[in-house]
Design a binder for this molecule. Sequence first.
Ligand code: ADP
Ligand code: 5GP
Length: 185
Amino acid sequence: MLIVSAPSGSGKSTIVNWLMKEHPELRLYFSISCTSRAPRGEEKDGVEYFFLTPEAFKEKIANKEFLEYEEVYKNRFYGTLKAQVERQREAGQNVVFDVDVKGGVNIKKHYGDQALSLFIQPPSVAELRKRLEHRGTDTPEAIEQRLAKAEYELTFAPQFDHVVVNDDLEKAKEETLRIVRDFLF
Ligand code: ADP
Ligand code: 5GP
């Protein structure tokens, strides 16, 4: 299993999507989480997430069905089902967890040597700001929120197995590939 966490805008999606597309031999597949938020745009139940009502989500918490979960915003929960991870592993998938830093640390604690945890780090918070502004997917307020959270998220880096500094993108991709290959093969 592969756990990848990073402050928003670090380049995590760019690197992971490249790895999945260009290296199918790694058999990497995203773990499908549950969320109590509504689907956005073209999102489909069972593809990006399993979309649950807050009540259904809370019931699964009470039944201890989650490997880990977080209430990221009031009544907006995100979590990974133990049974879902097992299903994906039984299907021969190397499961990739794209989760926030706390979720990443918790999943690593649970799986130990069976999981590799990677932290994708931006060269600086100033560069992070530039990337988020350039990406153009967030409002100025959302960018400020993400940056404020980034300082805190960066303090989690030492708890990961490897830190990949994403300064030169090509170098970061190759470094990630090397680390993942060493782990899997
Ligand atoms: P995340 O998934 O961590 O939120 P993204 O992969 O969406 O981040 O990357 C944020 C933005 O930064 C995107 O517009 C992406 O193209 C750009 N980007 C990624 N890596 C680099 C890099 N090494 N140098 C410059 N821009 C980058
Ligand atoms: P979004 O609403 O944009 O899809 O996701 C918001 C945040 O929730 C992202 O930072 C994402 O990494 C995190 N997230 C998605 N699934 C999970 C999960 O199963 N557990 C945890 N802890 N975080 C998750």
